[in-house]
Structure formats: structure tokens, C-alpha cells
Write a new protein. Structure first.
Length: 288
């Protein structure tokens, strides 16, 4: 009886040590560098014309023990190009008791589980966040990773719960070269790639290649077309014989793909990889 009790006690002790030991944690994160708050600006998918900071942006990591932040700055917007060729985004400043957020952000990452134990997921764009202290210094906190490889959002959520004390809006012009990279078209025809995801927030090109079948028959002047309010297209069994194609950019960083406007047949607008949309008479009239 005594021996059985001793074996049980040893198993409990071994379990407690193994669960609490560093081997159960994920890779250690470096401590963040502290720099000037002037080095931090929101990063946007497009290449914009803005002054280069005088100093390099410090390397992100865990929050140093001697850094006492008073403000958290998060970014919003910046994913679409406006009609005037600018990108609008906002810096949202929050203040209050940051202790809970700091504790959660500095939690260690968890050791990864085997792939079979984790669900299938898609990774969202990472939050843009930095912290500023009363001396005008700033640092970018890294986020701990959970056992299935996803960033742990509890620290971000704690910051979102704080009071918003200031919103600063910026409007930066897009550099001409990136604009031209999505304003040209390929003279070689390729069939549109139909997907199922809704098309939203796409940066659409300005110049279209015109095709009769697969033969290029010309190029349009620059023309601005919006597809944001087009309805989904219905089932289609008629192949278009005349089309206009350009490029569009989406994602982070920008991913450039083709966009096809069917000028006859089912008269759809098909951004490659997205669900087709029904072209309006206004759009079709641009190519007459």
C-alpha cells in the first residue's frame, strides 16, 4: 500500500515538472529595441510617397522591463487607392491602464501541436501596433503564438478595450511607378480564372487590352472603372468572343492578377480568383 502511494506521488510530481518546464514552451522571442516614436508610421500595401524616417524602425519583440508605455497606437485603413491617387489611413491612439495588455503581450509562445490536432484556418493580416512612453520613445511588441500557430489576440483585444484619445488621419500619394504597374495590360490573352470569394477593395488598372477571341486588337486610353457596387453574376454557359482585360492588385503585399470584362456573351466582370460580377451598361459603354 505504501509503495503504491509513493509511485502515485512520483507520477504526480513528474507530471507537474514536465508541464511547467521550459520544454513545454515555444521558441523564445527577443526583447524589442526602443527607438524614437518618429520612426513609426503605419505601413500600407501600396508604395506611397512619404518622408523617410531619420532613423530605422526598431526591431520588434517582447516589451522591455524598463519601458513604461502610456499610449498604444494602432493602424486602420490604407488598403485602397482613392480616385485622386492617394491612400488614406488613420493612427488610433489609446490610453489607460495598459498593465493587462502588457502582461498578455509578454506571455511566452506555446509549443506547437502536431498538425493533425489543429483545425484548418486562414491567417489574417497582422495587427499594426506600437507603444509610446512619456519621453517620446516607442517600441513594437511582438505577439505570442498559440499552440496551433496563430497569434494570441488577448493582448490586442485588451488594447482595443482602452479609451480612444486621438485619431490622426494621413493621406499619402501613391508613387507613380506602382500605379503604372497596375495600369498596364498583357497583350497575351488568358482565360479568366473564376473563383468563389467576393471581390472587394481591389486596386484596378487604368489601361485595358482589347481582344477578339485571343487576338489583341488594341489598347484603351486610361479609364477609371469601379466594380464595388456590381451585383454577382448568374450562371453562365456562353463564352465571350470580345473581352477587355487589365490588372488588379490585392492582398498584403500587393498581389497583381488579371481582371476580365466580357463585352459580349454573359457580359461579366471576372477578377481572377474571385466570384464573377455582372457588368453594368455604364462599364460596357466605356469600350464601345
Amino acid at each position: 500500500m505504501t509503495r503504491r502511494w509513493l509511485v502515485g506521488a512520483m507520477l504526480v510530481a513528474i507530471t507537474a515538472v514536465s508541464c511547467g518546464s521550459p520544454t513545454s514552451l515555444g521558441p523564445a522571442r527577443p526583447v524589442a529595441e526602443i527607438g524614437s516614436a518618429d520612426a513609426f508610421r503605419c505601413q500600407v500595401p501600396q508604395q506611397v510617397d512619404r518622408p523617410t524616417p531619420a532613423v530605422d524602425r526598431p526591431i520588434p519583440g517582447t516589451i522591455p522591463d524598463d519601458f513604461v508605455p502610456v499610449t498604444a497606437v494602432m493602424c486602420e485603413g490604407g488598403d485602397t487607392v482613392e480616385s485622386d491617387g492617394t491612400v488614406v489611413y488613420r493612427e488610433l491612439r489609446r490610453a489607460g491602464d495598459l498593465s493587462t495588455a502588457l502582461r498578455l503581450l509578454n506571455e511566452p509562445s506555446e509549443r506547437a501541436l502536431t498538425v493533425d490536432l489543429c483545425p484548418t484556418y486562414s491567417i489574417a493580416e497582422p495587427e499594426q501596433l506600437w507603444l509610446e512612453d512619456a519621453q517620446g520613445r516607442a517600441m513594437e511588441p511582438s505577439v505570442p503564438i498559440g499552440e496551433c500557430g496563430l497569434p494570441k489576440q488577448e493582448g490586442i483585444d485588451a488594447i482595443r478595450a482602452l479609451e480612444s484619445v486621438e485619431v490622426v488621419e494621413y493621406r499619402d500619394p501613391v508613387l507613380e511607378r506602382p500605379r503604372l504597374s497596375v495600369s498596364s495590360c498583357s497583350p497575351h490573352y488568358s482565360d479568366p480564372v473564376v473563383g468563389t470569394d467576393p471581390a472587394a477593395g481591389l486596386t484596378i488598372g487604368y489601361t485595358y487590352c482589347l481582344f477578339d477571341g485571343t487576338v489583341n486588337v488594341g489598347v484603351t486610353d486610361e479609364t477609371g472603372i469601379s466594380i464595388e457596387n456590381l451585383p454577382p453574376a448568374g450562371p453562365c454557359s456562353i463564352s465571350a468572343t470580345r473581352t477587355a482585360t487589365t490588372t488588379y492588385a490585392t492582398g498584403w503585399p500587393s498581389n497583381i492578377r488579371n481582371l476580365t470584362v466580357e463585352l459580349d456573351g454573359c457580359r461579366r466582370v471576372v477578377p481572377d480568383g474571385h466570384a464573377p460580377l455582372q457588368a453594368s451598361n455604364e462599364i460596357l459603354s466605356e469600350f464601345h
